[in-house]
Design a protein around this ligand. Structure first.
Ligand code: PEP
Length: 251
């Protein structure tokens, strides 16, 4: 059956020292709390990956927030999937709306990143979600379906089985506005139906679909109670160990 996952996305926050301290705090809480069968992931800036992997125990997986769309070579400033793998990390967050919007990441670029991530034995946490204008124009289902199809449907069923999806309505990211529990469930059920059509019931039922967008301890329980919401991708609230833990224990 699919895994429950709570993944933090630190974005461009924390010096190396601050990141090590936060990872240590999260690790202590995770080690000393009874957690209901939830995979915990911390998505850090690249420079933290090696050290954070040393700080956390087996109950926490570490994620990069991006990777290069080429294997290696003359790409100044880029970090490859194989480099990420060599830090001991297990996941790569791909297609976050901030990367799609500010860094021009297209579905074509994401296909290359998804392939390199999988080739290096890392699991993509693949983000999808509509902007406010698209929701208001009732195009949100169409937009999300095309992001999934164009970014991922070239994968075989076996390859797709390693992907985690994160539905993040862009209007809810960092805004304090959360999708209602019904809105989240409606979209997650639609995403699962889309996966059934492409890969069949078994793959669809085994795929973890996370919700992201102003998720916090006070609303996590209501969101996670939905049948098709398998956890969360957490931005702001992952920067404080207690808040992040409050979301992990919301299951
Ligand atoms: C995110 O950036 O993935 C996110 C969900 O951010 P926040 O929780 O701050 O809305």
């Amino acid at each position: 059956m699919r895994r429950k996952i709570v993944a933090g996305n630190w974005k461009m926050n924390n010096t190396l020292e601050e990141g090590i301290e936060l990872a240590g705090q999260i690790n202590d809480l995770v080690e000393n709390t009874e957690i209901n069968d939830v995979d915990v992931v911390i998505g850090t800036p690249f420079i933290h990956l090696t050290e954070v992997n040393k700080v956390v125990g087996e109950k926490i997986g570490v994620a990069a927030q991006n990777c290069a769309d080429e294997k290696s070579g003359a790409y100044t400033g880029e970090i490859s999937a194989s480099m990420i793998k060599s830090t001991g990390s297990k996941y790569v967050i791909l297609g976050h709306s901030e990367r799609r919007t500010y860094y021009g990441e297209t579905n074509e670029i994401l296909v290359k990143k998804v392939n390199l991530t999988l080739e290096n034995g890392l699991a993509p946490i693949f983000c999808i979600g509509e902007v406010l204008e698209e929701r208001e124009a009732e195009k949100h289902f169409e937009v999300v379906k095309s992001q999934i199809a164009e970014g991922l449907f070239h994968l075989s069923a076996e390859e797709f089985g390693k992907v985690v999806l994160a539905y993040e309505p862009v209007w809810a990211i960092g805004t304090g506005v959360t999708a209602s529990s019904d809105q989240a469930q409606e979209m997650h059920a639609f995403i699962r139906k889309t996966l059934v059509e492409q890969y069949g019931e078994e793959v669809a039922n085994n795929t973890s679909i996370l919700y992201g967008g102003s998720c916090k301890p006070s609303n996590a329980k209501e969101l996670f109670e939905n049948a098709d919401v398998d956890g969360g991708l957490i931005g702001g609230a992952s920067l404080k160990a207690e808040d992040f833990m409050g979301i992990i224990t919301a299951f």
